[in-house]
Design a protein around this ligand. Structure first.
Ligand SMILES: C[S@@+](CC[C@H](N)C(=O)[O-])C[C@H]1O[C@@H](n2cnc3c(N)ncnc32)[C@H](O)[C@@H]1O
Length: 214
């Protein structure tokens, strides 16, 4: 019985250790969430509202015809509903460093005959996004996996249309969690303005705007 009582705290310690090592290693080199763990991403976390696809998309104010970006799209948890919102006149660009994640998103799109999604395999900082392209962008539990976050934020700033909105979501359960303060600092350094905040310190969605005059 005593042994059983130790199992739960033991698992928490193991999880915390793995998270710590993973997080530290990510500071030096790209160590993205592995494709075999995509089922965990697809769970659409029931514990934190701000990380749920429907919550993020509801607050994005996506309109038919818009061009939107899902950066670090993973298995397409947000890409597919975003593509439905912008409709056939609009387009979603789904970017991920891992072909396996893009393949999963592509399969989902094919299953519902959605052909308004452009798939781009790229790492943050490769400058494949272009300039003044997107009305909306999402960066959901991705930033902490990117080694050079400043370059990534600059790339995103350039890629947004003036007046465009970047939505950043972070959740404490993610080993790569980034605080609101550090995200804001990065974003403001490249020119984004703080627009809105939903949630709390441990699970939040932050809206950043590229000024219309930029
Ligand atoms: C935790 S998953 C989140 C997926 C998705 N945003 C979601 O919330 O459902 C992080 C994703 O970011 C991608 N990623 C990590 N580092 C990246 C980088 N440097 N450039 C582009 N994508 C990256 C990973 O491959 C992975 O699919």
């Amino acid at each position: 019985m005593k042994t059983v009582l130790w199992i739960f705290p033991g698992l928490i310690v193991v999880f915390a250790l793995i998270s710590f090592v993973w997080r530290m290693t990510s500071l030096r080199r790209s160590l993205p969430c592995p494709v075999w763990l995509r089922w965990l991403v697809e769970l659409d976390n029931p514990f934190t509202e701000t990380n749920r696809a429907d919550f993020i998309i509801k607050h994005l104010d996506l309109q038919p015809g818009m061009k939107a970006l899902d950066f670090g799209c993973g298995p397409g948890r947000l890409t597919i509903p975003m593509a439905e919102k912008v409709g056939d006149q609009g387009q979603v660009t789904a970017v991920d460093i891992q072909p396996g994640m893009l393949k999963r998103t592509q399969e989902k799109a094919q299953a519902i005959n959605r052909d308004n999604i452009q798939f781009v395999q790229a790492a943050a900082g490769e400058d494949k996004l272009g300039t003044d392209q997107f009305d909306r962008a999402v960066l959901v539990t991705v930033l902490g996996e990117i080694p050079d976050q400043s370059s990534a934020m600059k790339e995103l700033f350039n890629a947004m249309k003036p007046g465009g909105l970047l939505s950043v979501t972070e959740v404490i359960f993610d080993p790569h969690f980034q605080s609101q303060e550090s995200v804001l600092k990065l974003a403001q350094e490249v020119g984004f303005k703080n627009k809105d905040f939903f949630g709390n310190r441990l699970a939040y969605t932050l809206h950043l705007e590229k000024p219309s005059f930029a």
